[in-house]
Design a binder for this molecule. Sequence first.
Ligand SMILES: Nc1nc2c([nH]c(=O)n2[C@H]2C[C@H](O)[C@@H](COP(=O)(O)OP(=O)(O)OP(=O)(O)O)O2)c(=O)[nH]1
Length: 149
Amino acid sequence: MSGGDTPCWQEPVRKGPVRTVLVAAVALVDADGRVLLAQRPPGKSMAGLWEFPGGKVDAGETPEAALVRELKEELGIDTAESCLAPIAFASHTYETFHLLMPLYAARVWKGTPTPLEGQQLAWVKPVRMGDYPMPPADIPLIPILRDLL
Ligand SMILES: Nc1nc2c([nH]c(=O)n2[C@H]2C[C@H](O)[C@@H](COP(=O)(O)OP(=O)(O)OP(=O)(O)O)O2)c(=O)[nH]1
């Protein structure tokens, strides 16, 4: 097959070196198969868009440890690394950095997710995620979640 007439084919855009940022994110899945989305608060980059809970992985930290830390800080819930199942990843070039974001799924945690950082929360069925504008990096993850959950 020649690449030029396939939908995924895009000629590479040559740019200078980019910094790759590692961000860990999780689909928290409830008993009804709904996934928790959090709305990015005003003042942050991509404010108003809905994202998976998570955040940047610190130097010397594993993605799983970063998620356990972020979920406690952002939502006040306790999670165990052993309950985080890797399911997909996003790899997307933004204007100022390249995002590499492993996405985990978790169905078990302790506590009730509470918006501790002023963010809005929504439990959303994967088929309804199109109603929630998400960062460009997240768009390819939506059909994967629909298939998996
Ligand atoms: N947590 C999370 N971050 C995401 C998702 N999709 C996506 O592009 N991102 C980006 C937004 C941020 O640039 C970065 C996560 O950074 P962060 O949560 O630790 O910190 P932040 O919002 O203050 O980030 P920033 O304003 O400094 O860019 O990853 C997602 O689904 N979940």
